[in-house]
Write a protein that binds this ligand. Structure first.
Ligand code: AP5
Length: 211
């Protein structure tokens, strides 16, 4: 089972991913988290990605496809995976289709978390994340501690107003066309209302997958 979690920055993909993963019994793979870990570790991948991420631009497709190809070959992803933050361009959709076909697999569904820009700005302006496990929080000050692992909560550089505006523009230009690509290639796309309690959104997503 390969499920793509899709939606604007701040739509709630990172919040829903572990909840859906627990319900479905499959791991998650978040390219944003992988890239931020590479930055913290000062690897060549992290250094290459840093400037793109801070501006709110997309990291080049070849870099992302390298991450995906390596991850899908890992035994822990053999029975399924929830992809959080991939796919963001049509070339990534094409590349992922090639990689999955080579493995005799396919993307089974795309869950698109639907939300308007006003709510996005409100959410991201109030977000802090754990610098170790990346769990997002709303209404917690930077410097507070994460409930899950005690890590320090920080503001993401790409949650500054200019970067949020750029991320929303990049989404419209480069990411939104991916939904049409999946529909045209026969993959199920479910639109999930992403406004409401976290639990309600999880229930909507699981309901859509069960249909
Ligand atoms: P990434 O980390 O994937 O960022 P993003 O897609 O912009 O998504 P966010 O993490 O901002 O939001 P989210 O949808 O996960 O929402 P969250 O659950 O946190 O990517 C970062 C960067 O890495 C990209 O800009 C790019 O540079 C690069 N990158 C990554 N993947 C790439 C790719 N495939 N190709 C190219 N470049 C790539 O929720 C947001 C806030 O809302 C939180 O505070 C949360 O607590 C709150 N919230 C969540 N749900 C609810 C709810 N139901 N009600 C109220 N508040 C809620």
């Amino acid at each position: 089972m390969i499920i793509v979690l899709f939606g604007k920055p701040g739509a709630g993909k990172g919040t829903q991913a572990p909840l859906l993963a627990a319900a479905l019994g499959v791991p998650t793979l978040a390219t944003g988290d992988e890239l931020r870990a590479a930055r913290r570790n000062g690897t060549p991948l992290g250094l290459e990605a840093q400037a793109y991420m801070d501006r709110g631009d997309l990291v080049p497709d070849a870099v992302i496809l390298g991450i995906i190809k390596a991850a899908l070959a890992e035994p822990r992803h053999a029975n399924g995976v929830l992809l959080d933050g991939v796919v963001r361009t049509v070339p990534q959709a094409e590349g992922l289709a090639t990689v999955t076909a080579e493995l005799g697999r396919q993307v089974d569904a795309v869950l698109c978390f639907d939300i308007d820009d006003e709510e996005i700005v409100r959410r991201l302006a109030g977000r802090t994340v754990c610098e170790t496990c990346q769990t997002p929080y709303t209404g917690r000050e930077p410097g507070s501690k994460c409930d899950k692992d005690g890590g320090t909560l920080v503001r993401r550089k790409d949650d500054e107003p200019d970067a949020i505006r750029n991320r929303l523009a990049v989404y419209e230009q480069q990411t939104a066309p991916v939904l049409r690509w999946y529909r045209e290639h026969g993959t199920r796309v479910a639109i999930i209302d992403a406004v409401g309690s976290v639990q309600d959104v999880t229930a909507r997503a699981l309901g859509a997958l069960a249909r």
